[in-house]
Design a binder for this molecule. Structure first.
Ligand SMILES: [Zn+2]
Length: 89
């Protein structure tokens, strides 16, 4: 994501909070990597950029299968290990 401040602001949106709850519930409030139940984040496996609109999808506009639950440690490690791919459509 090229504009982090903007992105973090979006994560404060009530629509993201709802989506996030839905994913956490689906994953049983556990990290999919280490099963930790603390400091959980919902991770995007891909980012989608619309070539026509010239914008990224909003964090809550992704299909649930592109979202997964990680604890903060696994989330950080994942982001250090690989870059989230951006799909252009
Ligand atoms: Zn973890």
């Amino acid at each position: 994501m090229n504009n982090r401040a903007e992105y973090w602001k979006l994560l404060g949106n009530p629509l993201w909070k709802l989506k996030r709850e839905e994913i956490l519930e689906r994953d049983g409030y556990k990290c999919k990597c280490c099963s930790s139940t603390e400091k959980l984040h919902v991770h995007h496996k891909q980012y989608h950029f619309s070539k026509t609109l010239q914008v990224f999808k909003k964090p809550w506009e992704y299909n649930n299968e592109l979202l997964t639950t990680f604890c903060v440690a696994c989330h950080d490690n994942g982001h250090k290990a690989y870059k989230v791919p951006t799909k252009y459509f």
